[in-house]
Structure formats: C-alpha cells, structure tokens
Design a protein around this ligand. Structure first.
Ligand code: ZN
Length: 99
C-alpha cells in the first residue's frame, strides 16, 4: 500500500504503489464537517452526562474537556480523511466527469 498523505493532511496526487490518481478525490471540507460533527456529539454528550450527574466547576471544562476535544479531533482527522477518500474512490465521486 502506498502512502496517501505527504504531510499531516496534504494528499499525494497519485498512490505511490499503484499510481491511482487519488488527488482527484477531494475530501477536504467533508473531513472537517464529519470530524466536527463527531467531536461535538461526543463531547456535548460528555458535558451533558457530567452536568446531569451534578456538574463540576466551569474551569474543569476549560482545563480538561477542551484540550481533550482538540487532541481527539487532531487524532481522528487523518483516519477520517483517509476513509472519506477511500469512500469517494469506491463511489467514483471525483472532480472529473467520467462515468
Ligand atoms: Zn495504491
């Protein structure tokens, strides 16, 4: 398997292994939308559970929950983008009009 990304999120134009033109599949904004949605759902759920269990100081959310949510979104960003590019590839949903 070839590498899909050259930097943290920058896509290689072609697969280094099979020369598939993966640069055609642009998952940029869809990645941000999906990651944002998942992280908000998970951390709003955590916030709700904590509040329903009695709640803590607002500082707790700022010091613990906020950095964890940022780290979690950075962690899931690459796998999400890779998966979305794979999905777009499987659906042949690229920016060229060839069916
Ligand atoms: Zn390949």
């Amino acid at each position: 398997m070839g590498k899909q990304f050259s930097g943290f999120l920058s896509q290689n134009a072609r697969c280094q292994h099979c020369n598939e033109p993966l640069g055609r599949y642009d998952a940029g904004l869809l990645t941000a939308l999906l990651v944002g949605l998942v992280i908000v759902l998970v951390f709003a759920g955590a916030f709700l559970v904590i509040e329903l269990a009695g709640g803590t100081s607002p500082l707790y959310y700022l010091v613990i929950l906020l950095p964890i949510s940022v780290a979690a979104s950075l962690l899931v960003m690459r796998p999400c983008k890779g998966g979305l590019i794979g999905l777009l590839w499987a659906l042949r949903a690229n920016d060229r009009l060839e069916r």
